[in-house]
Design a protein around this ligand. Sequence first.
Ligand code: ADP
Ligand code: MG
Length: 731
Amino acid sequence: MSNLRFKAVEDAFKKKAALISVPEQVTSEYYGKYVFNKEQMAKYLSKETLEVLTEVVEKGKTLDRELANHVAAGMKMWAIERGATHYTHWFQPLTGGTAEKHDSFIEYTGAQGSPVIEEFSGKLLAQQEPDASSFPSGGIRNTFEARGYTAWDPSSPAFIVDDTLCIPTVFISYTGEALDYKTPLLKSLNAIDKAATDVCKYFDSSVKKVISYLGWEQEYFLVDDGLYATRPDLMLTGRTLLGHESAKNQQLEDHYFGAIPTRVQAYMKDLEFEGYKFGIPLKTRHNEVAPNQFELAPIYGETNLSVDQNLLIMSIMKKIARRHGFRLLLHEKPFAGVNGSGKHNNWSLGTDTGVGLLTPGKTPEENLQFITFVVNILAAIYKNNALLKASVMTAQNAHRLGANEAPPAIISVFLGSQISAVLDKLENSTSEQAIVIDSKQKMKLGVAKIPEVLLDNTDRNRTSPFAFTGNRFEFRAVGSSANCASGMIVLNSIVAAQLVEFKATVDSKIASGSSKEKAIFDVLKEYIKESKPIRFDGNGYSKEWKIEAENRGLNSETSVPVIIDAYTTPESIKLFESIGVLSKRELHARNEVKWETYTKKIQIEARVLGDLTLNHIIPVATKYQSLLLDNVYKLYQVYDKEKANKLSAHNTAIIEEISERISIIKSKTEEMVEARKIANRIDDERKKAIEYHDKVLPFFDEIRYNVDKLELIVDDELWTLPKYRELLFIR
Ligand code: ADP
Ligand code: MG
């Protein structure tokens, strides 16, 4: 049997790091070269156009055709000078990733066949109608119009990839419903801006805008491309469905922050060079916990832009990986038994006056404002913990959340001992104690020395899905392949709705005669009491926590299709509608897409698993068994029965084990196919997804267990699939 595995392993071993031609310039010289950012706009747009455009972006003014024409003209000139021949509306369909359809700039100058010129009007910039019918819509478009259109998002700058000008856009149905992630994200950012600004005004009347910030940390795996090509499961599902653990994996903890392998180092350099050209402020790179696992993180930025940059870098990462003889794995759990990949979303809020609302302040006013936001965030997450979990739950991420690894499938908030102490003190103080009005009529917190204490906030908890880390919250449950927008839509929405409620309650207390300070304190105290169950600083990985969390009434559901129901509870619908982020119809439609996607993912995995067991594993194991049988047979030819019995005992045991395991694998694979057939007959997308989760998925582990045992006994020379020890250690 020709064994491609050995050839691939040998080739991978020989590969050297690609030579990277170090750019002659310093980073700042080529940084943002391919982005139509403010500096470029200043060169290609008239002063008036730039001013109006800035108003559109910053104050949400409507965009008129004339402005669009002016911008389009400048953008076209900028793009053509940089080698662009095509343009595309770049959007974020619900399938994940990004979508684009390229059109050339050329148009005939006159009649058919006349010379061409490059054309790009405001109309083409502002709106396009891609053939939307092949993108998932959860049935929205079927009911009304078959058309959807993309519309320019001027708050995220256009950029050039290769020869194409990419224009970030929203994607909506003809009847106005969102078919993408960007539309509700922009609405949620608007909602949090409004709600948070209103609350800030209690403390500082000059605040006009609150900005949501996101700093993502992107984890990923690299695997040699030759080895990848011999693993159908990696190729078709992004993860290994089979494979026994390597004798050494991450137990020595020698990979994390260790020296980066030279082949990978070359990849990272190249990646950063490319990323900088797109103005992505990449800041850190390092090895992660698992072998072959790495991380990349930029400096945080405004959430909409940061989301777009993450999507762009994910596609650049894929491309650059191939240049270096790698394949990029963004799957949340490509290898069993070693850590999976997440995408920590560091999130904070800041004002246009430059105050970080999650940064403990220097003055008592700032601190009360800080505490107000922290407490409202706690309340929002407490009430909507199931929904927040739903925002990051997918078939892939389920292998991290609530499976054998953290973060758990329970959302809790880590605050650290100091802030917890402040909240406890606040909760137990009377308002009179808590507020001291000093001689200058300034409000003071009666809680001693918060600024000094908080500055020393260094405690970290790596097991919490949502942790306070000094000036921001780190949402760690997000999956590595996810669009950050999904989690950010929910997070910003629930906090916005919570702040609206807070403001209404405080205002009504003021209206009935309470002082502003007392009203704020009374409401915060109430919230602190109410939302206590969400606070957890202990070990989120422990079994005890799961039991305790259930006692506290936190959602601990682990079935993805069921978790998704959290989007369409009456409370969630009311919440999203009240702040104008998503309508009931949109929420239902989006869930349909999620169930459908879930089903398809499990279906594909089940098919690949069946192929592998029937076409790789069973034939190889049978072949080895024949060799053993041959040996046993010959022993009986050479020796007398008693001696042959003795000499063949070992091989006979293996022969029997192989038969037993093959028989289990075969019957389980057949049962799995039957279960799939039953599930496929269900029309209701939710019920079908649940059936796949409950009835098809459980076969995976059973089958895998037996295959992995076979891997341990079958002759290494015959085994066709690269093993974990070969896949996981890049030299
Ligand atoms: P960690 O210790 O969690 O690995 P890193 O230094 O890798 O931290 O940074 C995590 C991310 O958090 C970076 O993208 C960083 O820019 C971002 N970040 C820092 N401060 C804030 C903030 N106030 N708001 C949002 N993101 C932030
Ligand atoms: Mg982090």
